[in-house]
Write a protein that binds this ligand. Structure first.
Ligand code: SF4
Ligand code: SF4
Length: 224
């Protein structure tokens, strides 16, 4: 999933300091799962902003709505009604950064502000802890590495590791970060595939990665 976290309240208050009436929009997708931007977080942020404004002696009106997803035009369309009927100063999005861009794309004359910092593609390690597992390089090669990704999980994205800086199974960047090459070695050892680690993994085709510019997937069979 896309993992995100809410911007600091001070940053948000500064962003919206000129506004008196806003629409705060959540998303029931990934950001609900990572507790950053679902219905509950929309309510919490709305309350926090109202309290902060009250302390400043200036009220703010905040309407709340949480869409099924903000990365699908059909759900963004559901904002048409509240936006057309209310004179909002701005729309605030608690989706990953696709959400505010979809709102901006759909509503030409509406100011849109991101409430979250979109961080990475990852998963939950334990309650309240998420980690990065993929950098969306566009041509997955983890079968070469025992099913673990050195691009996303090695600090140097080494395809032929390790770098020699690991200690006790931890990466040299931090004693709290596993050296993924240590994990790759251990896993391939368990799989009886250590001999494969002797093969040099050749240059990867990076044309599928972000370096080639914004990417697009077209499924002709699904197009109408
Ligand atoms: S090899 Fe690429 S697609 Fe596969 S997990 Fe790593 S970054 Fe993601
Ligand atoms: S210590 Fe391991 S994870 Fe860290 S940079 Fe070196 S090879 Fe990569």
């Amino acid at each position: 999933m896309v993992v995100a976290e809410r911007k600091p309240i001070e940053e948000i208050l500064d962003m919206i300091k000129e506004f008196d009436k806003v629409l705060l929009t959540g998303c029931k997708g990934c950001v609900t799962v990572c507790n950053a931007g679902g219905e509950k977080e929309v309510g919490i942020l709305a309350s926090a902003l109202k309290i902060a404004r009250k302390k400043e002696g200036r009220e703010i009106e905040i309407d709340e709505i949480t869409l099924e997803r903000q990365c699908d035009p059909e759900y963004i369309d559901q904002l048409e009604d509240p936006i057309s009927k209310n004179n909002y100063d701005a729309v605030l999005s608690m989706a990953c950064s696709v959400g505010p861009q979809y709102i901006a794309k759909r509503f030409d004359t509406v100011l849109v502000y991101p409430m979250l910092n979109t961080s990475f593609i990852g998963g939950s390690l334990e309650h309240g802890v998420w980690a990065e597992f993929c950098q969306a390089c566009g041509s997955c090669a983890i079968h070469n590495f025992g099913g673990l990704c050195p691009i996303a999980r090695c600090a140097k994205s080494l395809m032929n590791g390790p770098c020699g800086g690991s200690s006790g199974g931890k990466c040299e960047i931090s004693p709290e970060t596993d050296c993924v090459w240590h994990l790759i070695y251990e896993r391939m050892s368990r799989l009886g595939q250590l001999d494969k680690l002797g093969n040099v993994v050749m240059f990867k085709d990076w044309t599928t990665s972000r370096d080639g510019g914004p990417r697009k997937i077209v499924r002709e069979d699904l197009k109408q």
